[in-house]
Design a protein around this ligand. Structure first.
Ligand SMILES: C/C(=C\COP(=O)(O)OP(=O)(O)O)CCC[C@H](C)CCC[C@H](C)CCCC(C)C
Ligand SMILES: O=C(O)C1=CC(=O)c2ccccc2C1=O
Length: 316
C-alpha cells in the first residue's frame, strides 16, 4: 500500500478562525504526554538502585532532559511528516497548522533531536562507553520508522510494536545502564520484566490515541490497530492488556525478580479500570473518546511510579 503524499495541506485555521488560543497550544504541546519520556528514565534508575544501590543524579537529570527533547523531536516531526499526507488537515492543534510554517517546525524539531542526542552523548563520554548512546539512537530510529518517509510504519499499524520496544526494553535498559554501567544475568529478569511492563503501558497510550481518529486515519490510508480491529473489539482488548501488566508483576514477585513491595503497583488498578470503562463506553463516539490517551497516560504514570516506589522500598 503506498501513501501518496498530498501537496502540503493548507494550514487549517483553528475552529474559531482567530489566532490560535492558549488551549490549542496546550493541546499541541500536551505536557502530560511527556510522562512517557520521563518514566523509562525513572524506572531504569530505580532498577539500577534496586540492584546496585548506585544513583548518579547528574546523569539522571541529563538523561531526563535529553529524553524530553527527543520526544519533542518525535512530536514536532510527526506534525511535519503528517502534514505531507494530509492526515492532520483537521488536527487544529498540529504545530504545523498552528504556525503555518512547516519548515520552521522541521528545523526546531531537528534542533531538539540534536540537543537530546548531545545530552545522551555526554553520558556515554562520561562512562567511556557507547552502550547508552547506541540504545537511544536505536529508539530514535524506531521513532523515525514510525512516521518518517518513506517508511511511515505507523500507517501500517506497526506503531504500537515500535513504541513498545522504544519506550520499554531499549529506553529502560539504556537508563539502567547509564546508572549501573553493566548488564548482569542476575538482574536481567528484573530489568526486562519491568521494561516489558512499561513498554506495554506506553503502547497502550498510543493504542488509545487512535480511537477518535478512525475516520481521518481511514481517509489517509493509515491502518492503525483500531482501524484494523474496529473500535468495539479494540476497546474490549484493553482489560486483557492491562491484566497482563498486573500478572507480570505478580509473576516477577513469585520468581523473586521483584520485591514484595512491588505489589504497590496494584494501586493503579482503578486507573486501569477507568481506562477500560471509558474506552468500552465511548469507543464509537469520537467526541467523547478523544481524551482516551490521557486516561491511558494516567494509568501509565501511576503504574510506573508505584512500581518504582515498590522497587526502592524493596531495597530498604
Ligand atoms: C508521535 C507519536 C505518536 C503520535 O502519532 P500520531 O500520528 O497518531 O499522532 P497525532 O494523532 O497526534 O497526529 C509517538 C510515536 C512513538 C514511536 C513509535 C516511538 C518513538 C520513540 C522515541 C523517539 C524515543 C524516545 C526515547 C526516550 C524515552 C529516551
Ligand atoms: O500525540 C500523541 O498522540 C502521542 C504522542 C507521543 O509522543 C506518544 C508517545 C508514546 C506513546 C503514545 C504517544 C502519543 O499518542
Amino acid at each position: 500500500m503506498t501513501i501518496k503524499p498530498t501537496p502540503s495541506a493548507a494550514p487549517v485555521a483553528p475552529p474559531l478562525g482567530r489566532s490560535p488560543s492558549k488551549k490549542l497550544w496546550m493541546a499541541a504541546i500536551k505536557p502530560p504526554m511527556y510522562s512517557v519520556a520521563v518514566m523509562p528514565i525513572v524506572l531504569g534508575a530505580a532498577l539500577a538502585f534496586y540492584q546496585t544501590r548506585l544513583f548518579d543524579p547528574t546523569r539522571f537529570w541529563v538523561f531526563v532532559l535529553s529524553a524530553i527533547l527527543i520526544l519533542a523531536w518525535e512530536n514536532l516531526s510527526n506534525d511535519v511528516f503528517d502534514a505531507a499526507t494530509g492526515i492532520d488537515s483537521r488536527k487544529y492543534h498540529s504545530v504545523v497548522n498552528l504556525t503555518g510554517n512547516r519548515a520552521l517546525v522541521f528545523w526546531i524539531a531537528n534542533l531538539c533531536l540534536i540537543l537530546g542526542i548531545a545530552g545522551i552523548f555526554s553520558i556515554s563520554v562520561a562512562q567511556q562507553d557507547w552502550t547508552v548512546l547506541l540504545l537511544i539512537l536505536g529508539c530514535c530510529g524506531l521513532g523515525y520508522l514510525y512516521q518518517g518517509p518513506p517508511f511511515r510504519l505507523g500507517y501500517l499499524g506497526l506503531g504500537e510494536i515500535l513504541c513498545f520496544f522504544a519506550f520499554g526494553p531499549l529506553a529502560v535498559e539504556a537508563a539502567y545502564y547509564s546508572q549501573a554501567q553493566a548488564f548482569t544475568v542476575a538482574a536481567s529478569g528484573t530489568v526486562m520484566t519491568a521494561a516489558v511492563i512499561l513498554g506495554i503501558t506506553t503502547s497502550l497510550v498510543l493504542f488509545c490515541s487512535h480511537f477518535h481518529q478512525v475516520a481521518d486515519d481511514l481517509a489517509a490510508g493509515k491502518r492503525s490497530p483500531i482501524v484494523r480491529l474496529g473500535t468495539g473489539r479494540a476497546a474490549r482488548l484493553l482489560p486483557w492488556v492491562c491484566g497482563v501488566t498486573f500478572g507480570l508483576v505478580i509473576l516477577a514477585i513469585v520468581l523473586g525478580w521483584f520485591p514484595l513491595w512491588s505489589l504497590l503497583m496494584l494501586g493503579s488498578l482503578p486507573a486501569a479500570r477507568a481506562l477500560c470503562r471509558h474506552a468500552i463506553c465511548y469507543h464509537d463516539q469520537p467526541e467523547r473518546v478523544h481524551n482516551c490517551k490521557f486516561i491511558a497516560i494516567r494509568f501509565h504514570f501511576l503504574s510506573s511510579v508505584l512500581l518504582c516506589v515498590g522497587l526502592i522500598l524493596g531495597v530498604a
